[in-house]
Design a binder for this molecule. Structure first.
Ligand code: AMP
Ligand code: ZN
Length: 477
């Protein structure tokens, strides 16, 4: 099976072909160019936002798993109504205020095991690219000025509304709008550049002596600056389909005369009691709210990935507790696997069959428009088959094959191993030797040495558990 995505732009599920020209294998393609709309850095992001950001990570990880190279960009919106107000209210420069929240955002991404992308451009560092688009649009007669702001005239861009099926709605063209947030269905001429007000930062562009960028132009500008051509995939939460992404398409395609993006993927929302989790509704949890309550970022990642991205996901603390207990089962399984008795025995066909089935079901589900719930199912089925086999000794090869399937799929899941150290064979060997030494020390009643070993390992984040079957070990969460 080949990788397929539901493309919002064509409203159909399509085979993924980077660059638009089919090649033999994923490795033959140039790096897949991805652009994901990033955060507005005026406060802590909530876990609804992190559903979106975790799904961006999932997409990138699965492309890599499938053998593609990726070049991924996420912008940082560091100038808009909210960041300007936040900086003013806190008596900070816009730069200092937004850097603070950008750093917090990066810390949160790291704790959710979200990989580092190739580019994180800031809007305020890219005014020159915005100026370029505005100039091109002005030369084509698509821009008009009103009260010091520049507007894009949507009536002059024929395909306006294709992404969001806007033709089915009533549009009000020729009316102007320059706030960063719109009413749904309200298709008005949008501000490319906003007149500067008092106490607001201001930049000069070729056609204006001052002012600041509108929100939509920043993404169009960064895509052009970084990739310089049509990109493969553009992503964002479903709320961005209209007007943000519609406006990005209009500006970019009108300015550069070529398609903006081939595939549009939109992540559904995280809900709380049936409504979208959002700052303005006040029904949100930040990552830190939850970690302070004792929940692990790993469980949050697990929960956010558990549902298919095109389905809304209702957030509850009960659901998060469920994620924690699933992870406990996974940890116990890994502990059993790490400490299983290895003997020189024949290979067990049940193991190789289970591994083969797991990897097949995993990639079939993920190829099918990133169906994570199917992939989770395949993983639990695999654990279920392998777990009873660990009651007895297994062959070294079987153990390695199981571990390697888990490591491979964890390149995508990012939650199976609570720490990458678990998968380090060196560490495993060292810990097992120390466990043996400790066993002997206890037989010799050398409790000082046995405690020393336990404490030494604990300092490294390794917990020893003594049980009937001997000593098992696991990594501290
Ligand atoms: P913002 O910082 O408000 O620009 O939002 C950053 C990203 O989070 C955007 O791609 C939004 O679509 C996304 N987002 C906002 N609320 C939610 C939610 N409740 N569930 C999933 N994604 C969301
Ligand atoms: Zn954007």
């Amino acid at each position: 099976m080949s990788l397929k995505f539901y493309n919002t732009y064509t409203h159909t599920t399509e085979e993924f072909i980077p660059g638009g020209v089919r090649k033999n294998t994923p490795a033959d393609y140039d790096a897949v160019s991805i652009y994901s709309c990033g955060p507005t850095v005026y406060s802590y992001a909530h876990i609804g936002n992190f559903r979106t950001f975790t799904l961006n990570d999932l997409l990138r990880r699965y492309l890599k798993y499938s053998g593609y190279k990726v070049e991924h960009t996420m912008n940082i919106t560091d100038v808009d109504d909210k960041t300007i107000k936040g900086a003013n209210d806190n008596g900070l420069s816009l730069k200092d205020f937004t850097e603070k929240y950008t750093n917090i955002f990066f810390e949160d991404l790291a704790s959710l095991s979200i990989e580092q992308f190739e580019h994180y451009p800031r809007a305020t560092d890219n005014i020159d690219s915005m100026d370029d688009i505005i100039e091109r649009l002005r030369n084509k007669g698509l821009v008009y000025e009103k009260d010091g702001s520049l507007y894009f005239s949507i009536a002059k861009f024929e395909q306006y509304g294709k992404l969001s099926n806007l033709e089915k709605r009533e549009t009000i063209s020729g009316a102007r709008y320059d706030a960063d947030e719109y009413e749904k269905d309200d298709a008005r001429d949008f501000a490319l550049w906003k007149a500067s007000k008092e106490n607001e930062p201001s930049w000069k562009i070729k056609s204006m002596d001052g002012g600041r960028p509108g929100w939509h132009i920043e993404c169009s500008a960064m895509v052009r600056k970084i990739y310089g051509k049509t990109i493969d995939i553009h992503t964002g939460g479903v709320d961005l389909i209209f007007p943000h992404h519609e406006n990005e398409i209009a500006q970019s395609e009108a300015a550069y005369g070529e398609p903006f993006a081939r595939y549009w993927l939109h992540w559904e929302h995280l809900l709380v009691e049936g409504t979208k989790m959002s700052k303005s509704k006040g029904n949100f949890y930040t990552l830190r709210d939850l970690t302070e309550k004792g929940y692990s970022p790993r469980a949050i990642r697990y929960l956010l990935l558990s549902a298919h991205y095109r389905k809304q996901l209702n957030f509850t603390l009960e659901g998060l507790k469920g994620a924690e207990s699933s992870l406990e089962k996974i940890d116990n399984f890994i502990t059993r696997l790490n400490s299983v008795n290895v003997e020189e025995t024949n290979r067990n066909k049940t193991v190789s069959d289970a591994v083969e089935l797991y990897l097949k079901d995993f990639s079939e589900s993920m190829d099918n428009d990133l169906n994570t719930s199917g992939a989770f199912g395949a993983f639990f089925e695999f654990m279920h088959t392998v777990n009873p086999l660990l009651d007895r000794a297994i062959s070294k090869e079987d153990k390695e094959e199981i571990l390697s399937a888990l490591k491979k799929t964890d390149m995508v899941f990012g939650f199976i191993f609570s720490d990458t150290k678990t998968i380090d064979a060196e560490l495993e060997k060292r810990v097992n030797t120390l466990i043996e030494e400790r066993k002997q020390a206890r037989i010799d009643k050398n409790f000082k040495r046995s405690d020393e070993i336990r404490d030494e390992l604990l300092a490294e984040g390794i917990i020893l558990e003594d049980g009937k079957e001997g000593t098992r070990w696991k990594l501290k969460k």
